[in-house]
Design a binder for this molecule. Structure first.
Ligand SMILES: Cc1ncc(COP(=O)(O)O)c(C=O)c1O
Length: 603
């Protein structure tokens, strides 16, 4: 049976048992049980399930692996980690994460004033805050306020003007500055889609001469003690380890030289993000382990520090994707299978049909295991002929409809009869015999990285896993945009089940969606975020916490700055029928996803 690559990307977080996907934790609840209970509560649209134990597992893995490497190499300095808020700023995600990691002193990274204010509000007081990105005087002043609040905060400067502003604010407020970090423009760049965050012509960081200027300026203003950190970020989701090794050598030597030139307070290197996860359902794309990643960092920094006779730096990481991607799953109900309209009941054969239709009808009746492939080829060819004849005016719309229906029926029967596993010829036909699955979700809202940069996400049904999936699947979302589609890709094929939606539900899950997707998602066609819930697995089963329902249509309008009262008045005034007015009020207060259960019968 198809396991949808769960052994490649799943990291033991989920298992397939009894034909369904289960959470591999405590009592192993099944996703379908969780979804069914949420639907019983009326939450029928797409659902975003967040599993906090998976986020905690990732955080612990990060700390444990680095701390083990520190022990193994007898590294005398310490490991610190912060979560970059840009990866997921939603309160349902951030607040439990901060609360659950108090003991580890897991901190936050901010890249804007808004994110810094969040960090200053919610960060554990003993955990570090790092600040990156371009900063104005207000943002720098916020850094001084955070320091006054008692935070161990580092402002990483991206240019000399930021240092000048720090000195200005220091003089104006007459307060000691926060820790100062330097983002260095490395020669090396990353690997993978986001590689351009690093490299000599990257948007961020200081050149070698600028680094020397910073040290001179700090000496001139007697602030050298505040220079604490060297920072780099070579881009998200590195697929190979070699860019990290190069970046470590470059930054390690910059650190050592600055120390030797008098930067006596410098004691940390922040390696940014870049730690990847495996997204592929087909083959491994991530060519290193966390252990290798951590060992390389610790070993290289120790080696450089020792050779240069300086103390080893503390190590900071800002891994975001690794921490947050695995814990979130999007689950979308299937609304329709497009070939379901081609059922035998819909055939409208005439008393006398064109010969090709008669031939198709016999193929459909006589098809057997031994003839399946041949008949399917014939049917596809006959359909082409009927379509040509229709264009030329020789057959009518009813003939065309009958030919389409019969061809689909023959293909379905053939696929069920043939042992599809390893049938290379059938695979060649996959493109022609795809099934379209219409799902109640928006790719623009829930998988923006698929739309924007073709990011692969593991996709699988959460039930039916003890049955053969025979249909090459093309996934459509409900936006009216032709980009709202995950087309069948014969190099990375997705097969789904042939289901009768009038008799059973069929839910498709998209895994590893916890990093960047929630916050980059957009309201294209005015679909809002799906309903979000936090699932807490415990020894008695699971608990659903912090449900945030999908926004209502009127709330979406308000977000766009429409005047709600004016809009409602305008809309309702256009009909005098009281019942229709009531319906309008009800619909505008519903969310914008399609209803997958019958509307209530109160009208
Ligand atoms: C400065 C900085 N740190 C950390 C990260 C997080 O990277 P990742 O998601 O690869 O862990 C980013 C992402 O863009 C970043 O710009």
């Amino acid at each position: 049976m198809n396991n949808y690559g769960i052994d490649i990307w799943g990291d033991d977080n989920f298992i397939i048992e009894d034909g369904v996907v289960k959470v591999n934790h405590t009592t192993k609840p099944s996703l379908i049980d969780i979804v069914s209970s949420l639907r019983d509560d009326g939450l029928t649209g797409p659902l975003l399930l967040r599993f906090s134990h998976i986020t905690q597992k990732q955080i612990s893995k990060l700390y444990d692996t680095f701390n083990n490497a520190i022990l193994e190499y007898n590294y005398p300095s310490s490991f610190y980690a912060v979560f970059p808020l840009k990866v997921n700023q939603l309160p349902n995600y951030i607040l439990p994460m901060v609360q659950n990691s108090t003991k580890l002193n897991y901190g936050l990274e901010a890249g804007s004033k808004a994110e810094l204010l969040l960090a200053m509000t919610y960060n554990n007081i003993n955990a570090p805050i790092t600040v990156n990105g371009f900063k104005d005087k207000e943002m720098i002043t916020l850094g001084f306020i955070a320091k006054d609040q008692g935070y161990n905060i580092t402002l990483t400067i991206e240019g000399l003007n930021e240092l000048q502003t720090i000195i200005e604010v220091h003089n104006e407020l007459k307060l000691p500055p926060p820790n100062i970090g330097l983002r260095v423009k490395l020669h090396s760049s990353g690997s993978g889609t986001w590689a351009k965050s690093g490299g000599i012509d990257s948007k961020f960081g200081l050149s070698s001469i600028e680094i020397l200027d910073v040290l001179d300026m700090l000496k001139q203003y007697n602030l050298v003690q505040y220079l604490k950190m060297i920072h780099f970020h070579i881009g998200s989701s590195m697929s190979t380890i070699s860019p990290l090794k190069k970046a470590l050598k470059e930054s390690g030597h910059i650190y050592a030289q600055l120390k030797k030139m008098g930067a006596f307070g410098l004691d940390s290197i922040n390696i940014g993000g870049g730690l990847g996860i495996e997204y592929s359902s087909h083959e491994k794309n991530l060519h290193y382990s966390l252990k290798e990643f951590a060992s390389d960092v610790v070993f290289t920094l120790k080696d450089i520090a020792q050779k240069n006779g300086v103390e080893e730096p503390n190590i900071f990481t800002e891994s975001g994707r690794f921490i947050s991607a695995p814990g979130s799953i999007l689950i979308a109900p299937t609304l329709e299978l497009y070939s379901s309209e081609y059922s035998e009941l819909n055939l409208r054969l005439k008393d006398k049909n064109p010969p090709i239709i008669e031939e198709l009808n016999s193929l459909f009746k006589d098809i057997s295991e031994s003839s399946a492939k041949e008949y399917m080829h014939d049917a596809l060819e006959h359909l082409e002929s009927i379509l040509t004849l229709f264009d030329l005016g020789y057959v009518d719309l009813l003939d065309r409809g009958n030919a389409e229906t019969l061809t689909h029926l023959i293909i379905k029967k053939a696929i069920n009869l043939i042992d599809t596993k390893d049938d290379t010829e059938l695979k060649l036909l996959d493109d022609k015999i795809q099934e379209k699955y219409l799902l109640n979700f928006s790719i623009f809202q829930s998988l923006p990285d698929f739309w924007g940069i073709n990011q692969e996400f593991p996709i699988m049904p959460i039930t039916h896993l003890n049955k053969k999936a025979t249909r090459s699947a093309n996934i459509w979302d409900i936006t009216c945009d032709s980009d709202g589609e995950i087309p069948f890709n014969s190099k990375k094929p997705l097969y789904l089940h042939d289901v009768d939606l009038t008799k059973e539900d069929y839910f498709i899950a998209f895994f590893l969606v916890g990093a960047y997707q929630d916050i980059l998602g957009m309201k294209h066609n005015l679909f809002s975020s799906p309903t979000q819930v936090n699932i807490i697995c415990n020894n008695h089963g699971y608990k659903i916490e912090n449900t945030i329902e999908s926004q209502s249509i009127v709330e979406i309008f308000e977000d766009l700055d429409y005047d709600k009262n004016n809009l409602m008045k305008n809309l309702l005034n256009k009909t005098n029928n009281k019942l229709l007015q009531q319906l309008l009020k009800k619909f505008i207060n519903d969310n914008s996803y399609l209803k997958t259960i019958s509307m209530d019968s109160s009208y």
